[in-house]
Design a protein around this ligand. Structure first.
Ligand SMILES: C[S@@+](CC[C@H](N)C(=O)[O-])C[C@H]1O[C@@H](n2cnc3c(N)ncnc32)[C@H](O)[C@@H]1O
Length: 283
């Protein structure tokens, strides 16, 4: 697709600008209506309109093109996105693995690139489990889990009210209301009041999930599983995250046994998103 974008622009833009056109962009949405999010370097600022038009020409479903104006920021992990072409309404219905997620990438976190990571976590869950998904966004992971397992109960906790509203809609759209309970608020305030224990807790907030381990560990059943995401330096990908989990388990009078530790994706030139899966047992 990126090759097509460059090919499409070959006759329109000066030759020296072509290699600067990004090789990757994200498309959110459906065959009927999609939104593209693209990075455009400063050197291409004067031709961004032409790039956006070309992108829409080769992807007929793309009705709006948004340019990244910042990295992900703040507690909600959203970024500034500027409309460069197409319709200002950027709400989409995104399809993934037979599930539908309505969302607006301008107001909530969602990444189509994390689909295979959701595949992996969904596959790790066993039928009948009680699962807590902290930092649940528009509920892609809880819904994926609930679609696969019919006798499951998933609790989802999300701070961003807009993401929570989409989560409620998405739970309804995917008909998993009997299995997924979405709550809006801070994990630190909501989770200790849930009054139940979990077989499995997912913590998909690489920027700082470890700070909530003191909330997660006491909520796990004996031999419960923790899936924690973390940003790690490329020189030592796993020690820091494992240290946080080990420390939190010990502080809670438990012991952590590491089951998997995987490099998920590159976040910046020297930083990777990693996932640690740990079984937490009584001492
Ligand atoms: C990296 S995003 C992941 C969202 C979702 N799990 C997904 O994969 O699409 C992290 C989410 O955590 C939420 N968040 C951040 N701090 C939180 C907190 N203290 N309590 C609850 N949610 C929080 C953000 O609003 C954001 O939606």
């Amino acid at each position: 697709m990126s090759h097509d974008l460059r090919a499409e622009l070959m006759e329109i833009l000066p030759e020296e600008k072509i290699p600067l056109i990004t090789r990757s962009f994200d498309i959110y949405g459906s065959k009927r209506k999609a939104v593209a999010i693209i990075e455009i370097p400063k050197e291409l600022g004067d031709v961004e309109g032409a790039i956006a038009q070309a992108l829409m020409k080769i992807n007929k479903n793309v009705k709006s093109v948004l340019v990244k104006e910042s990295g992900r920021e703040g507690a909600f992990r959203t970024r500034e996105l500027r409309l460069v072409a197409g319709a200002p309404d950027t709400e989409v219905l995104h399809r993934e693995a037979g599930c539908l997620f309505r969302l607006d990438p301008k107001t909530v976190y969602f990444s189509p690139r994390e689909s295979s990571e959701r595949d992996r976590l969904t596959a790790a869950v066993n039928e009948g489990e009680e699962v807590l998904v902290m930092f649940s966004g528009v509920c892609p992971l809880p819904i994926r889990i609930a679609k696969k397992h019919k006798r499951i109960r998933v609790t989802a906790v999300e701070l961003n009210p807009e993401a929570h509203n989409y989560a409620i809609e998405n739970i309804h759209l995917n008909r998993v209301g009997d299995r997924v309970l979405a709550l809006q608020g801070d994990v630190r305030e909501i989770c200790p009041k849930l009054g139940r224990l979990y077989d499995r807790i997912a913590m998909p907030l690489p920027k700082g999930a470890f700070r909530f381990l003191d909330v997660a560990v006491p909520l796990l059943k004996d031999e419960g599983f923790l899936h924690m995401y973390h940003w790690a330096d490329e020189n030592d990908l796993f020690s820091e995250a494992k240290g946080h989990i080990r420390g939190a388990a010990e502080a809670g009078g438990k012991v952590a046994e590491f089951v998997n530790w995987v490099r998920v994706s590159q976040y910046s030139p020297r930083t990777w998103k990693v996932r640690i899966d740990a079984r937490i047992s009584p001492l």
